[in-house]
Write a protein that binds this ligand. Structure first.
Ligand SMILES: O=P(O)(O)OC[C@H]1O[C@H](O[C@H]2O[C@H](CO)[C@@H](O)[C@H](O)[C@H]2O)[C@H](O)[C@@H](O)[C@@H]1O
Ligand code: UDP
Length: 460
């Protein structure tokens, strides 16, 4: 049987709990199949030589972990600069936040070449190669240039913007052309697939062979949506653990007389945090019965702090939270509890279960696994309500959530109020439908359907 080789920038020991949707999902997918996981070690070598990094190989259960260190220069240009300063903002529709520094692209190419070089020596001829995310778009093209002929698939965890927006990336031609080195490209949503098809149609010399099949640059490529899911039973199991139960008990006691609204994410401008806080402020103002009761716990885990846009967002949030608490808080009640720290994933189910309402209101998001985890963690008899942005990839599947436009402050506040007042029977009905959906398209379905589609690609 062929071995699965997964490559992503961020990797984590699958036996430990990780944070960040990609690492969580891939850890679970690889645990199921075994194989090799290759990526950045997380270590930055201050005086390292660009394009060079030590390779470490270790075994973690059924998975072989192969990791490479990055020099400071490579980390800053490939990870912070091009991946998170150019591709992340543009792909999340934030051209205003992109830092089109022409120096970054060299680091991006260099690290992709170095990864290809290190990986080549570890590969077997019949490996199935599955590359993940925007950091590594040109990896297959680099491997092909070195003579690798294995089947290669790519999955984009973040949205693909419409063609005109994508064209703002100075190297868009090269990036999109390099996707044609893969046999199969997966996206999170149908919207992303349609953007891809339109881009290929208008910007490349490709022949569109079918709804999901494109031929250009001497290569046929398949592109389809494979929305990522969670391991529902693993998450329910986590909820039964000591840490989660303690968290639930503590929160239930503290909020027995109050209503808890909850947000959990990395501190990222794509997640719509200032807009959410403004809508929460509007909830307090427009529906004064919530004063002294409604409390928003906002977990904002530190992320990519050396990128300027992230530091600016942190300041904006701190000032908004301070203003809301200053204006509405009482001696015995603070409306916002803002926590700028990562909360261990094993404690999250208890927190989700104690909340009456989850606010998952990104301005744009590839998928958003928190929305799915929140549903998995609920008591089916007395479930909380999910308020979900229509701009999260998850909204294509989770139609029984209360969908909102996070830019519309008044209606988002109205929806928060509706969620807080929703009768139990409606909460149960919506939860049941959502749970069914996340069970049907869970992380195992995601892995199996992508790999089956990759295996079905005819030999070139
Ligand atoms: O690795 P970091 O820079 O610390 O960032 C964490 C991850 O963020 C992004 O996650 C995405 O993948 C999730 C799972 O598919 C998806 O639900 C979410 O909408 C995406 O934002 C990023 O794409 C990953 O590469 C990062 O590891
Ligand atoms: O303090 C935190 C914040 C987030 N997470 C986890 O990080 C992942 C976030 O994934 P999502 O797809 O929602 O967003 P991403 O961060 O990947 O953009 C989820 O599994 C969360 O449970 C966590 O463990 N602790």
């Amino acid at each position: 049987m062929s071995r699965l080789v997964v490559i992503s920038n961020r990797i984590a020991d699958p036996r430990k709990t990780a944070s960040g949707g990609l690492a969580v999902a891939l850890g679970q997918a690889l645990e199921a199949s075994g194989g090799m996981w290759f990526g950045w070690s997380g270590k930055v070598v201050e005086d390292g030589t660009p394009g060079e990094g030590d390779l470490h190989v270790q075994t973690a259960g059924k998975v072989q972990l192969a990791t490479v260190d990055l020099s400071r220069e490579d980390h800053d240009s490939y990870y912070l600069g091009y991946s998170n300063g150019v591709l992340w903002p543009v792909f999340h529709y934030r051209l205003d936040l992109a830092d089109f520094d022409s120096g970054y692209i060299a680091g991006y190419r260099r690290v992709n070449q170095m990864f290809a070089n290190k990986l080549k020596g570890l590969l077997r001829p019949d490996d199935i190669i599955w590359v993940h995310d925007y950091h590594l778009i040109p990896l297959a093209a680099e491997l092909r240039a070195m003579g690798c002929q294995q089947r290669m698939g790519f999955f984009l965890h973040i949205p693909l913007p419409p063609p005109l927006m994508l064209a703002a990336v100075p190297e868009h031609d090269w990036l999109m052309r390099s996707l044609f080195a893969y046999d199969l490209v997966g996206f999170q949503s149908e919207a992303d697939v349609s953007h891809f098809a339109r881009y290929v149609n208008t910007e490349t010399p490709a022949d569109i062979l079918g709804e999901h099949e494109f031929r250009a640059f001497g290569k046929t490529l398949r592109a389809r949506a494979f929305p990522i899911g969670i391991d529902v039973d693993e998450f329910i199991g986590l909820g039964e653990g000591r840490e989660s139960q303690e968290m639930f008990g503590q929160m239930r006691e503290e909020y027995s007389r109050r209503r808890l609204l909850l947000g959990v994410e990395r501190l990222d401008y794509s997640k719509g945090l200032p807009q959410r806080l403004k809508a929460f402020r509007q909830l307090l103002q427009a529906y004064p019965e919530n004063l002294g009761s409604a409390t928003l716990i906002q977990i904002a885990a530190p992320s990519r702090e050396s990128v300027d846009a992230y530091a600016a967002l942190r300041q904006e949030l701190e000032s908004l939270c301070g203003a809301i608490n200053g204006n509405y808080g009482e001696l015995d009640w603070m409306p916002v509890r803002y926590i700028h720290r990562n909360v261990a994933r094993k404690r999250l189910p208890g927190l989700y279960r104690a909340a009456a309402v989850a606010l998952v209101t990104p301005l744009r998001d590839g998928m958003n696994l928190v929305a799915k985890e929140f549903i998995a963690a609920q008591d089916p008899d007395d479930p909380g309500v999910l308020v979900l942005s229509r701009f999260a990839g998850a909204a294509e599947q989770m139609k029984d959530a209360l969908l909102v436009n996070p830019y519309d402050t008044t209606r988002t506040a109205e929806t928060m109020q509706r969620a807080l007042q929703m009768p139990r029977e409606e909460r149960q009905r919506r939860h049941q439908a959502l749970l069914k959906g996340i069970r049907e398209q869970d992380v195992h379905w995601w892995r199996e359907s992508f790999l089956a589609a990759l295996a079905a690609v005819p030999e070139a």
